[in-house]
Design a protein around this ligand. Structure first.
Ligand code: BTN
Length: 319
């Protein structure tokens, strides 16, 4: 009923009489009033004028599932949408849901995370109502060795989604940091539940700095607001991102990794650059980035011509 009322208001250019609205929705005036109070408590600014009726003055800047799902032209991403104002981490909730068998495309989104986490056990700063923080359940039928491709395709989806809202020189730093002019604007964390030869599910966690101010961000990070010089409509950009994520994922499922790799090369921040590769479990090396392979591993060559496949680790650009 909540969604029906909101849609009714959105379609009406002027005041809507309470009597007419109640009648159309099959509600008593008292029940309608209760719904209006609930909408107000959710942040919808609704003006009530005697003899004229109600008018929707403003929609809150919230990622409510019904707002994001309105006009969301996806087949499966976001069909099941779990919205929270505050969580420890959307990753944990999505993991529990995936364990319970929720389908591919189910999504957990929060306005604020107290324990937002990033790759390599880093913290992900998630200030309230400023970013987009979500975790998506995918169930790709691939070998666990190919899971790196899911990270890469998610990064491509995020870039394509952002580009639909803003023309910015975005690039992807392997495996999946989204950068603009050397500063990070978004990051992706993938967590995998797999057996030896099959993936049960993967949780793709995406964090985007949208309207985040400079003082709320770490030193090496930026936000779309800081780059564009204006406040960004989070709901719209979220829709674009979900649509682009689905598009690239479906392309991957139908045609394999070719499109992802082409897109990744086009957007790569590191191709041809000298880098330091910091491995989680062995000594760092210095090398030049060549490419990625069909599993999504980074290929680097050191000064002696030895080529290394990097599957996990951190990359620092040297030149
Ligand atoms: C990284 O750049 O290291 C990855 C950052 C991933 C952050 C997102 S925000 C939504 C989801 N929940 C988390 O706790 N982390 C991911």
């Amino acid at each position: 009923m909540r969604v029906e009322i909101i849609n009714f208001f959105k379609k009406s250019e002027s005041y809507v009489s309470g009597e007419e609205l109640a009648q159309k929705l099959g509600l008593t005036r008292q029940a309608l009033w209760k719904h209006i109070q609930e909408l107000k408590s959710l942040g919808y600014e609704i003006l009530a004028v005697p003899h004229l009726g109600y008018r929707l003055e403003a929609v809150p800047d919230r990622l409510y599932s019904w707002e994001v799902k309105e006009d969301l032209s996806t087949e499966f991403i976001g069909k099941k949408f779990f919205y929270y104002e505050k969580v420890d981490s959307t990753m944990d909730i999505a993991w529990e849901l995936a364990k319970k068998g929720l389908p591919e495309g189910s999504l957990v989104c929060a306005e604020y995370q107290t324990q937002g986490r990033g790759r390599l056990r880093r913290k992900w700063v998630s200030p309230r109502f400023k970013g987009i923080y979500f975790s998506l359940i995918l169930r790709p039928e691939i070998s666990p060795f190919k899971i790196g491709l899911i990270s890469l395709l998610s990064a491509v989806g995020l870039v394509n989604g952002i580009k639909r809202e803003l023309e910015l020189p975005l690039s992807i730093k392997w495996p999946n940091d989204i950068l603009i002019e050397d500063k990070k604007v978004a990051g992706i964390l993938t967590e995998l539940d797999a057996e030896k030869d099959r993936v049960n599910f993967v949780i793709v966690g995406c964090g985007l700095n949208i309207n985040t101010s400079k003082r709320e961000l770490p030193e090496n990070a930026t936000s779309l607001y800081l780059l564009a010089g204006r406040k960004i409509e989070r709901v719209r950009i979220f829709r674009y991102i979900l649509q682009e994520l689905e598009k690239i994922y479906l392309t991957f499922k139908r045609r394999g990794e070719g499109t992802i790799i082409d897109n990744w090369r086009r957007l790569s921040y590191l191709c041809g650059k000298r880098v330091k590769v910091i491995f989680p479990d062995k000594e760092s090396i210095e090398a030049r980035v060549l490419d990625i392979d069909s599993d999504g591993a980074l290929l680097v060559r050191n000064s002696e011509g030895i080529i290394t496949r990097v599957l996990a680790g951190d990359i620092e650009k040297l030149s």
